[in-house]
Ligand binder design. Structure first.
Ligand SMILES: O=C(O)CCC(=O)C(=O)O
Ligand SMILES: [Fe+2]
Length: 297
C-alpha cells in the first residue's frame, strides 16, 4: 500500500496532492513527517527501559524503569509478545520525567491537529466538534500514550489484530512488523525514516459512518518479531486522541446534524474483550471516571 504523506504547516497539514487527506481518510492511515525539533529520544528510552527493575541500569535513566510494578499502567499481554505501558495524562504527570511528558504532549497536540483537519475536510460543522468528540478536540477526552516492547523470545504474534479505539493515533516506530488488512490481505506498513504513522480509530469510523466519505479505521497487527542477537527488541510508542471513557459516541448525519449512537463504555468493553482476550477487559473504563466529567486526561 502506498501511503499518503503529509507535513505540519502552521495549524494545518500539507499533503503532496490536493486530495491527499481525502485519500488518507479512506485508506485509514498516512505518513506524517516528524516536525522539526521533535526528539523521539525520551520515548525510545522508555520503550527500552520500562520493563526493567529500577536498579537495572544507569542512574540517568532510572525514572524510565520500574513500570512493571505499576498496576493499571503496565500490561503483560499474555497471548502476545506485547508488554506495554498504557497511561493517560494524569498518570504521565505523576510517573514520567519532564522531558518525556513534553514529548508525549507534543505527540498529543499532533493527534488533535490531525483530528481538526480531518473534521474540517469532511465538512463537519465546527460548532459540533466539541460535543461529538466528547471534548477530545479541546484536549479533554482521554489522551492515552502507549510504549510497546515486543518480547522476541516468545513464539507468539507481536500484537493482536485490532482497530485503535479512538479518533486519531500518532505512532512512532523504527522497525518493520506493522501490518494492515487491506482487501482481506495482511500488507506491511513499513516505517519511513523521519515519519510517524497516523491512523484512525473506531470512534472516528463510527462518527463518520453515515457520511459520503466515511473514515476508515484500519485493522492492524504486529507480526511475530524474531530474536536478533545483535539488536535490541522491536519497540513502538504512540499517542491516542480518544473520547472520554464515560458518555456517548456520536454519529454525524448526512444533513450535518449529529446524534449519540452508543455508550463509550460498551464500545470499549467490547473492544478490549475482542482484542486481547485477557483479564483486562475493564481497561480504560473503570479508572477514567474523571474524564467523563470533562476534566483533562
Ligand atoms: O508497534 C506498532 O508498530 C503498532 C502498535 C499499535 O498498533 C498500537 O500501539 O496501537
Ligand atoms: Fe494500534
Amino acid at each position: 500500500m502506498t501511503l499518503q504523506r503529509a507535513s505540519v504547516r502552521g495549524t494545518g497539514l500539507a499533503f503532496g496532492t490536493e486530495d491527499g487527506l481525502s485519500k488518507a481518510l479512506a485508506d485509514g492511515c498516512f505518513l506524517l513527517a516528524v516536525p522539526a525539533g521533535f526528539d523521539p529520544g525520551p520515548g525510545i528510552t522508555l520503550c527500552r527501559e520500562f520493563y526493567r527493575a529500577p536498579e537495572d541500569g544507569p542512574e540517568a535513566t532510572r525514572p524510565y524503569r520500574g513500570f512493571r510494578a505499576l498496576e493499571g499502567v503496565y500490561f503483560d499481554r499474555e497471548h502476545f509478545q506485547t508488554e506495554h505501558v498504557l497511561i493517560d495524562g494524569p498518570g504521565r504527570r505523576s510517573h514520567f520525567p519532564p522531558e518525556l511528558i513534553a514529548m508525549t504532549e507534543r505527540m498529543g497536540e499532533l493527534t488533535l491537529l490531525v483530528l481538526r483537519c480531518a473534521m474540517a475536510d469532511l465538512g463537519i460543522a465546527t460548532h459540533l466538534w466539541s460535543e461529538i468528540t466528547g471534548g477530545a478536540v479541546d484536549g479533554r477526552g482521554t489522551h492515552w500514550f502507549a510504549a510497546n516492547h515486543y518480547r522476541s523470545d516468545r513464539a507468539q504474534l507481536g500484537c493482536a489484530p485490532h482497530k485503535d479505539t479512538g479518533f486519531v493515533t500518532v505512532l512512532y516506530n523504527e522497525e518493520p512488523g506493522l501490518e494492515a488488512l487491506v482487501n482481506g490481505v495482511w500488507v506491511p506498513i513499513d516505517p519511513v525514516s523521519g515519519h510517524f504513522v497516523v491512523n484512525f480509530g473506531g470512534a472516528f469510523e463510527l462518527l463518520t459512518a453515515a457520511l459520503s466519505r466515511p473514515v476508515h479505521a484500519i485493522l492492524h497487527r504486529v507480526r511475530q518479531c524474531t530474536p536478533d542477537p545483535g539488536a535490541a527488541d522491536r519497540f513502538s510508542f504512540a499517542a491516542f486522541a480518544n473520547p472520554p471513557a464515560t458518555g456517548n459516541l456520536y454519529q454525524v448525519r448526512r444533513d450535518g446534524s449529529a446524534a449519540a449512537v452508543r455508550s463509550s463504555e460498551d464500545f470499549l468493553r467490547e473492544f478490549n474483550e475482542h482484542t486481547w482476550s485477557d483479564r483486562h477487559t475493564d481497561f480504560g473504563i473503570a479508572r477514567s471516571v474523571g474524564a467523563g466529567r470533562g476534566e483533562p486526561s
